[in-house]
Write a protein that binds this ligand. Structure first.
Ligand code: HEM
Length: 203
């Protein structure tokens, strides 16, 4: 297959895959298929999808380093932007539907709960990364662009902390996400990166 055809196919698959959870949510919303607490249900679904897409976006660089799969690098931006999209819907449900734009209640709700403060910080980082993800911003920020976009890892760490803090004790799922994130962060450490890259050279 020609490399331009392959890149187009990969890009189409990424966009389709990232939009499926949204289409599914719309379908469930309009068919009333959402259980007894729809606000919580859609908050959880959008939060989980934002986190998965953020981790997938963070996985692109290690995938290229390990498998010399350069096409993965092109997917970082769309995956990051889709993560931001789901995080925005997640936040909108929280302030618009759950708190009905009652800002004094929101303020209490945000400042009271540590997981919400961490979630908000993650959201603000994703917003900054989304706004500066354009070619123009890349040109203007020069070397600083790369440094700024390393914040994506901080966003990943904070999103996992947000998740760990909001679940009841004994719920193990956030720790699987923490494990994936630790693996991705470890693969960024130079000696590990070089070692893993050389081990996989012949693969
Ligand atoms: C913008 C500020 C944010 C606020 C105020 C917020 C608030 C919330 C709330 C209220 C819940 C549901 C708690 C419950 O009922 O059990 C939740 C769950 C969650 N949020 Fe956020 N969140 C924010 C940002 C984010 C971001 C940016 C991410 C990921 C990138 C994220 C990922 C999650 C995840 C993974 C869950 C749990 C999903 C599950 O249990 O299945 N949140 N968040």
């Amino acid at each position: 297959m020609k490399s331009s055809t392959f890149n187009r196919l990969l890009s189409t698959l990424t966009h389709t895959g990232a939009l499926i959870p949204f289409a599914w949510m719309l379908w469930d919303f309009f068919t009333h298929n959402y259980g007894p607490d729809p606000i919580r249900e859609f908050t959880l679904r959008t939060g989980k999808t934002a986190l998965v897409l953020l981790l997938l976006s963070l996985a692109c660089t290690p995938i290229n380093t390990l498998f010399k799969f350069r096409a993965a690098l092109r997917l970082r931006r769309p995956l990051g932007l889709y993560s931001f999209m789901y995080a925005s819907i997640h936040f909108a449900i929280f302030i618009g539907v759950d708190y009905f734009f009652n800002f004094s209640l929101i303020q209490d709700g945000l400042l009271e709960k540590r997981y919400a403060i961490v979630g908000l910080t993650t959201g603000l980082i994703l917003l900054t990364l989304a706004v500066t993800s354009t070619k123009g911003a890349q040109r203007r920020l020069k070397k600083n662009w790369k440094k700024l976009h390393r914040l994506a890892y901080i966003a990943g760490i904070l999103a996992v902390i947000h998740y760990i803090w909001l679940v009841k004790q004994g719920v193990t799922q956030p720790w699987y996400f923490a494990g994936v994130l630790i693996l991705l962060l470890t693969l960024r450490v130079k000696p590990v990166k070089n070692w893993a890259g050389s081990r996989l050279k012949g693969v």
